[in-house]
Design a binder for this molecule. Structure first.
Ligand SMILES: Nc1ncnc2c1ncn2[C@@H]1O[C@H](COP(=O)(O)OP(=O)(O)O)[C@@H](O)[C@H]1O
Ligand SMILES: O=C(OP(=O)(O)O)[C@H](O)COP(=O)(O)O
Length: 397
């Protein structure tokens, strides 16, 4: 059980409550393509409304790098949240995030009202956990609630720094549920325990591998993660996603897997394209044989079979990161095949990550999974036993 105070341990009536959510949702042309993270945040928000709190929501969206990037505004999230809550969510469209417009919106709040601040990463200090912005956020509230499990592995102003300047800092229901579920599922997992890694955030996730090798029976690596391994094995990867600096690490992990008797499965073949586009020319080539000017955008048929066979008899599967660029139909087959294979197993299946959850939901397998975590990197770091800064910063029970 999580040994942190939660919203059940505090009184919020008449209080300004700043709630850090993870509304980092996939957007295409300003449209939210998966609202798993919005829906997951509702229980906490509804509880605070019912208890008469003045609910000030904040989140990041994408990586605007300290600039007010219009395409990464949280405006569409405010509209959708109003619909989901069936209640007006006032959007403080303030490029300073906590500028005059935001302060005015908060000052006008009555008990049970909801305001959403603009993308916290419009401010450069956010990702640096700077004191000034942390203090600005804290100045808006009497109580801080962290319900952003998906961002809990980050130490930023809006989930860690802010707690230095607010006496009461507790966790919300989503944070509690994720930690309790993931903790139970992997502290003593039914075996065989299989982990599947993919996606595009290679550098921030590849370091998880070492710790997972101490926990799993099989580790499957696909998606953008795999090309660093192919290169490390001396293969050619063309212009595929690659973290050259991690090739040595990848070689060490291949060796470590052998020493630990972990079954490490890497792609045998890839669907490659001559352009990052659904209409690009494409072909299937063996692993490590990607010509210059081409890039791997999905796992190939031999790999699909290898990966799906490997999950057949699993009893616990954790999956973070799509197997390919599933947003493009011509490169969605690998992700779809793995999602279908998981849906057909008897295993405890845990899907982690914004895009992984989106892929599984869009492919229609969402309700077949045991748990769809709202955190990719966060669930991986939790699974490898790391303390999540966003959780550690909350008040102990
Ligand atoms: N081979 C690949 N090349 C480039 N991008 C890829 C590849 N495979 C998957 N991706 C991209 O990975 C992204 C998701 O990665 P990530 O954010 O790590 O997943 P999650 O949000 O589930 O943690 C998707 O947008 C997908 O298009
Ligand atoms: O989407 C997220 O992480 P994930 O892709 O690992 O699930 C979180 O919202 C954190 O976002 P970040 O990786 O831009 O810090």
């Amino acid at each position: 059980m999580l040994n942190k105070k939660s919203i059940d341990d505090i009184q919020v009536k008449g209080k300004r409550v700043l709630v850090r959510c993870d509304f980092n949702v996939p957007l295409i042309d300003g449209k939210i393509t998966d609202e798993n993270r919005l829906v997951a945040a509702l229980p906490t928000i509804q509880k605070l409304i019912t208890d008469g709190g003045r609910v000030i929501l904040c989140s990041h969206l994408g990586k605007p790098k300290g600039e007010p990037v219009p395409e990464l505004s949280l405006a569409p999230v405010a509209v959708r949240l109003s619909q989901l809550l069936d209640k007006e969510v006032v959007f403080a469209a303030d490029k300073e995030v906590v500028g005059e417009e935001a302060k005015k919106a908060v000052a006008a709040m009555k008990d049970g009202d909801v305001v959403l601040l603009e993308n916290t990463r419009y401010r450069a200090e956010e990702t640096k956990n700077g004191e000034a912005f942390s203090k600005e956020l804290a100045s808006l509230c009497d109580i801080f609630v962290n319900d952003a499990f998906g961002t809990a592995h980050r130490a930023h102003c809006s989930n860690v720094g802010v707690t230095q300047f607010v006496e009461t800092a507790v966790v919300g229901y989503l944070m509690q549920k994720e930690i309790d579920f993931l903790g139970n599922a992997v502290n003593n997992p039914e075996r065989p325990f299989v982990a599947i890694l993919g996606g595009a955030k290679v550098s921030s996730k590849i370091s998880v591998i070492e710790n997972l090798l101490d926990k799993v029976d099989t580790l499957i690596i696909g998606g953008g993660m795999a090309y660093t391994f192919a290169k490390a094995k001396g293969g050619s990867v063309g212009k595929s996603l690659l973290e050259e600096d991690y090739c040595e690490y990848a070689r060490n992990m291949i060796q470590k897997a052998k020493e630990k008797g972990v079954n490490l499965l890497l792609p045998l073949d890839n669907v490659i394209a001559d352009d990052f586009s659904n209409d690009a020319n494409r072909q299937v080539v063996k692993e490590g044989e990607i010509p210059e000017g081409w890039e791997g955008l999905d796992i190939g048929p031999l790999t699909v079979k290898s990966f799906c066979d490997a999950v057949q008899d699993a009893r616990t599967v954790v999956w973070n990161g799509p197997m390919g660029c599933f947003e493009m139909p011509n490169f969605a087959h690998g992700t779809e095949a793995v999602a279908k294979a998981l849906a057909q197993t008897e295993a405890t299946t845990i899907i982690g990550g914004g895009d992984s959850a989106a892929a599984v939901n869009q492919l229609g397998y969402g309700d077949k999974m045991t748990h769809i975590s709202t955190g990719g990197g966060a669930s991986l770091e939790f699974l490898e036993g790391k303390e999540l800064p966003g959780v550690a910063a909350a008040n102990d029970k």
